[in-house]
Design a protein around this ligand. Structure first.
Ligand SMILES: Nc1ncnc2c1ncn2[C@@H]1O[C@H](COP(=O)(O)OP(=O)(O)OP(=O)(O)O)[C@@H](O)[C@H]1O
Length: 245
């Protein structure tokens, strides 16, 4: 495996990307039935950058996001998080499970195609969940939830449950929940996959604006051409590999 070209883990560096992956591969199964879902994928994402990953069904988009976010472990390859206030670069793939959990909770926001909201909780309570997991105090939770809902234009809908909201509003709750911990990385898997094209455009504009205004490094997978048009960079996956150009 090639070694990272930036400073080793823990050493401050002003120019490190927020998210960096090198040589990521993931195989499922063994023997003749083995599937190489991802093969030797390397990428870097800077603060305020929206990278969109496209590719046919089964090309490895979700697998890539899972590996970047520590939701799954690569067969080989490494992922680093950098760009924090202290300038430290830390290897996500080398962390002990508990440390990885803590990093996932506080530094990485996830948005899913199916929204993933808890049906019995209000919009505000759904947004609050990551803060409760992070044991944030009640006063700060209230303040942050209100700010996150305002950022996605849903202050008026704070007390409504998911079934009382439209698909686009539900996904905006999902985005508020992903960003409420002020993560440095946002990972979204087909966030507009269940939305009509008009609503998808609104949600995507929101994602792009939030990425820029908050300095988040975002990786978003999609089949949606609207979404590609809003990207700073589009990466194409085919059979688990990134297209060169
Ligand atoms: N847990 C798993 N076990 C076995 N094979 C898997 C697993 N997860 C993914 N795969 C396989 O890995 C390949 C890539 O899947 P992945 O879900 O990453 O593709 P995708 O590009 O996100 O597809 P889609 O656009 O349909 O969501 C596929 O062949 C898939 O069947």
């Amino acid at each position: 495996m090639t070694s990272p070209t930036h400073a080793p883990v823990g050493r401050p560096t002003a120019t490190a990307p927020v998210l960096r992956a090198e040589g990521l591969s993931r195989a499922f199964g063994t023997g003749a039935g083995q599937v190489h879902a991802l093969a030797d994928v390397s990428l870097e994402v800077e603060a305020s950058e929206l990278v969109v990953v496209v590719g046919p069904s089964g090309s490895g988009k979700s697998t890539l996001l899972h590996l970047l976010g520590g939701l799954d472990a690569p067969s080989s390859g490494r992922v680093w998080l950098g760009g924090g206030p202290d300038g430290a670069v830390r290897e996500l793939t080398a962390m002990a499970e508990e440390e990885q959990h803590a990093v996932r909770r506080s530094e990485i926001g996830y948005v899913f195609q199916a929204f993933g909201l808890v049906p019995v909780l209000s919009a505000a309570e759904n947004v609050e969940v990551p803060l409760r997991l992070a044991r944030t105090g009640v006063a700060e939770r209230t303040e942050r939830v209100a700010a996150a809902l305002a950022a996605v234009g849903l202050s008026e809908h704070a007390l409504q449950r998911p079934y009382e909201l439209s698909g686009g509003q539900q996904q905006r709750v999902g985005i508020a929940r992903a960003l409420v911990t002020e993560p440095r990385v946002l990972l979204a898997d087909e966030p507009t996959g269940q939305l009509d094209s008009g609503t998808a455009a609104v949600v995507m504009d929101l994602v792009r604006d939030l990425v820029r205004s908050r300095g988040v490094a975002a990786v978003v997978t999609t089949h949606d051409p609207e979404l590609m048009a809003r990207a700073d960079r589009v990466l194409v996956l085919r059979d688990g590999r990134l297209d060169a150009g």
